[in-house]
Design a protein around this ligand. Structure first.
Ligand code: HEC
Length: 244
């Protein structure tokens, strides 16, 4: 409800004269539109100057924010170490070392029987060390790995009559790697390309022995000439590229 008491006292009827009211209004400095901003503009201008000059100073003294300010002018880096092979890929590992370490991984399939040492288990699983089969031609080895052996079977003068499982479910490269591994690690071949079996050679073996359905008997394996080698180019041990 509007009672006289609830209104602004100045406007109570009869207590303020219109002339007094206008005098008061005239005394006050007028606050015109936009005038509130005057201080703000000054602050803005000063801030902008600080930013421009401060930023410029920081940029010009920090070397464009590059990391080179941490390096002394007298620093000359050491040349990269030469790891032997020379040339650009000096740091690369030789092909044969990678092939052998991959072959060692595949050999994990064989350790249960032939043991990590390649010495086998007397009377049960033949050794690969000192085995005429491992040192012999790659054709017999390819045939053995792809199709397995059904004993009795003689290795280094002893007889074994278990089953050597076929490994034809492994890829050509894996078979090539494990054969290279057993020949170079357990065999007594001269160092060099002789021990190396390539993927190309295993592909040839698959082709050559594709007609075989059951594991080999010793007689069947002996029918393959002892020094027969799977066809395929010898490779450069550094690069793995076929030799001319
Ligand atoms: C389940 C046991 C077993 C496993 C696993 C096994 N072999 Fe054999 N391996 C034999 C037996 C047993 C013979 C001997 C032939 C026989 O008695 O049938 C043999 C024979 C061989 C021979 C020829 C004889 C010799 O000692 O040189 C080679 C080479 C060979 N295995 C390589 C391998 C490789 C490589 C692997 C792994 C990819 C492998 N074997 C996995 C049991 C096994």
């Amino acid at each position: 409800m509007d009672t006289p008491d609830s209104k602004n006292i100045d406007y109570q009827r009869g207590t303020v004269s219109a002339v007094d009211l206008h005098d008061a209004a005239r005394r006050e400095p007028s606050l015109q539109r936009g005038e509130e901003g005057r201080v703000g503009v000054t602050v803005l201008a000063i801030s902008a100057l600080i930013l421009i000059f401060g930023g410029g100073h920081l940029f010009s003294t920090s070397n464009g924010f590059g990391s080179s300010i941490y390096v002394s002018d007298h620093y000359i880096p050491e040349p990269r170490p030469d790891l032997g092979a020379g040339g650009d890929d000096a740091a690369a590992v030789a092909w044969i070392d990678r092939w052998m370490s991959d072959g060692k991984k595949v050999y994990a399939n064989c350790v249960a029987c032939h043991q990590a040492t390649g010495l086998g288990v007397t009377g049960q699983f033949p050794p690969l060390v000192g085995s005429e089969w491992v040192d012999g031609g790659t054709s017999r080895l390819g045939a053995i790995l792809l199709h397995g052996i059904n004993g009795p079977f003689h290795v280094a003068g002893r007889s074994y009559s278990q089953l050597m499982p076929p490994w034809n479910s492994l890829g050509d490269d894996k078979i090539a790697q494990v054969l290279t591994y057993i020949r170079r690690e357990f065999g007594s071949l001269p160092e060099g390309e002789d021990g190396v079996v390539t993927t190309e050679m295993v592909q040839a073996a698959r082709e050559e022995f594709s007609g075989k359905a059951n594991p080999y008997t010793e007689a069947e394996l002996l029918a393959i000439p002892a020094d027969a080698a799977l066809p395929g180019a010898k490779v450069d041990l550094q690069t793995g590229e076929p030799l001319p």
